[in-house]
Design a binder for this molecule. Structure first.
Ligand SMILES: NC(=O)c1ccc[n+]([C@@H]2O[C@H](COP(=O)([O-])OP(=O)(O)OC[C@H]3O[C@@H](n4cnc5c(N)ncnc54)[C@H](OP(=O)(O)O)[C@@H]3O)[C@@H](O)[C@H]2O)c1
Length: 193
């Protein structure tokens, strides 16, 4: 007997995701630095200064569209150069010259998908990560080895939904006071028989 099978991915359950799949296949990636207790920010700033991670972030995202929440844009203070910057805000009147503003994450993903890249990056912060996690295919996680005080957190990843594709450990040094692990997590595919 012959069994056909479908390989699918739970993020395509929502109608908007099916539309995205049909128009163009793009990888939706998160890139984030989070501590062992999942802190990513405090007082709308990063809780650390880690030049090695900043270099990694720049290398991975260079030339790609980046999507961020309005608060993260304001924390940066300006758009990231060499990248198409898309800012999500519910405020229709919010405008800046160096980034495109949209009102929903779906609009941001659609706009980013229109650029000539196969991967788009959601770069935070906490609220955007929380809402967009079901749509993410890949997570570039810099694990900062330490526990921090903070008010912005990375949402928990369901262990059954993700597999670790790569890991590179990096010891602390003069300029980077915490050890880091550069990890790439891929969403597991579901095989429906
Ligand atoms: N460690 C890291 O990798 C990393 C990366 C990025 C940011 N961060 C940190 O994270 C913190 C900021 O995170 P946050 O959660 O406070 O703010 P955020 O996610 O950057 O921005 C939140 C704002 O984005 C808009 N927004 C969010 N979800 C939306 C949706 N579904 N539809 C429409 N608009 C939406 C709203 O803007 P309006 O209020 O204008 O409507 C909301 O107030 C900072 O401390 C920053 O330094 C850390």
């Amino acid at each position: 007997m012959n069994f056909g099978f479908w390989i699918c991915d739970s993020r395509f359950v929502g109608k908007s995701k099916i539309r995205n799949l049909k128009s163009k296949i793009v990888i939706i990636s998160f890139i984030v630095a989070a501590s062992e207790n999942n802190v990513i920010g405090k007082d709308n700033k990063l809780p650390w200064c880690l030049p090695t991670d900043m270099r990694y972030f720049k290398n991975v995202t260079w030339g790609m569209p980046v999507i961020m929440g309005r608060k993260s844009y304001e924390s940066l203070g300006k758009a990231l150069k060499g990248r198409t910057n898309i800012v999500v805000t519910r405020n229709k009147d919010w405008k800046v010259e160096d980034a495109q503003a949209v009102q929903t994450i779906d609009q941001a993903v659609t706009l980013a998908s229109q650029t000539d890249t196969k991967e788009i990056f959601i770069i935070g912060g906490a609220e955007i990560f929380r809402s967009a996690l079901p749509s993410a295919d890949r997570i570039y996680l810099t694990l900062v080895h330490g526990n921090f005080d903070g008010d912005a957190f990375f949402p928990g990843m369901e262990p059954g939904e993700w597999k670790l594709a790569s890991n590179r450990d990096c010891v602390a040094d003069d300029k980077n006071p915490y050890a880091l692990s550069f990890q790439v997590w891929e969403r597991k595919l579901l095989i429906l028989l």
